[in-house]
Design a protein around this ligand. Structure first.
Ligand code: NAD
Length: 257
């Protein structure tokens, strides 16, 4: 699908991978709606994402909030062609720590944002995309890109909730692609390795450096958000990507810690 003149929504657009993606899609000529629950940070991005960008305070885990965000996108731009799910959290805890079980509130938060939130955006985005005019010989109406993680199958100590949420995102990719194929909507998931964003800045330096030194094959550095964004752009522009999860991780093989 050509990006020029299209409408794209990006969640988690106030930071990291979502911010880089929103910028890249805007540079490629799309009109962008940036969703994030961090409304203050989002509004500071007005100049970065261009005057045309619509910036909406949305909590992806909240049904009404997502419905309103998608409706505002359609009101402003008249259609929706691309949806990129980047909103996420990485709260960690051990299954049993100092005799205490993993707090269920943490589990529910991580699953609620990363997995249910992704699905929540997909279903409202698909509803809007189904109304767009089919394009080209393939009759394409839309592209949905999700963000899983290498932790979906290589979770580290403390990542039970995070890994389960990301394995869930991988798992929903094929059945949703099958549901939406008759409408001309593709669904692709990216599984990033370690990327230099606020999420990773929260880790102690020795932990991220140890991942780089011991677990990343080549190049031995963190990924840059722009490298993630360029894959999103490629997925949108190359119509033969569908129903799959693509690793973007410099050959990383995560160990237990
Ligand atoms: N950075 C990495 O190394 C890495 C690796 C693998 C996967 N990921 C995934 O990539 C995605 C983006 O992460 P990032 O590294 O850019 O992190 P980040 O913390 O820089 O950005 C995440 C954004 O999501 C927003 N957000 C959180 N909860 C939200 C909610 N309920 N509703 C709306 N917005 C919400 C935050 O406000 C923030 O702006 C996440 O899904 C993360 O799990 C990141």
């Amino acid at each position: 699908m050509k990006l020029s003149g299209k409408v794209a929504l990006v969640t988690g657009a106030a930071s990291g991978l979502g911010l880089a993606t929103a910028k890249a899609l805007a540079e490629a000529g799309a009109r962008v709606a940036g969703f994030d629950r961090d409304a203050e940070r989002l509004q500071q991005l007005k100049s970065t994402l261009g005057d045309q960008a619509l910036l909406v305070s949305v909590d992806v885990a909240d049904e009404q909030s997502v419905a309103t965000g998608v409706a505002r996108t359609i009101d402003s731009f008249g259609a929706l062609h691309v949806a990129v799910n980047c909103a996420g959290v990485a709260d960690a805890a051990k299954t049993l720590s100092k005799g205490e079980p993993f707090p269920l509130a943490t589990w529910n938060k991580v699953i609620g944002i990363n997995l249910t939130g992704t699905f929540n955006v997909i279903r409202f985005a698909a509803q809007a995309m189904a109304k767009s005019v089919p394009e080209g010989n393939d009759g394409e109406r839309g592209v949905i890109v999700n963000t899983a993680s290498g932790a979906a199958w290589q979770g580290q100590i403390g990542q039970a909730a995070y890994s389960a949420s990301k394995a869930g995102v991988m798992g929903l990719t094929l059945p949703i692609a099958r549901d939406l194929a008759p409408l001309g909507i593709r669904v692709v998931t990216i599984a990033p390795g370690l990327f230099q964003t606020a999420m990773v800045a929260g880790m102690p330096d020795n932990v991220s450096q140890s991942i780089i030194d011991r677990m990343i094959l080549y190049p031995t550095r963190m990924g840059q958000p722009a490298e993630f964004a360029s894959l999103v752009r490629l997925i949108v522009e190359n119509s033969y990507f569908n129903a799959t999860t693509i690793s973007l991780d410099a050959g990383a093989r995560m160990q237990a810690r």
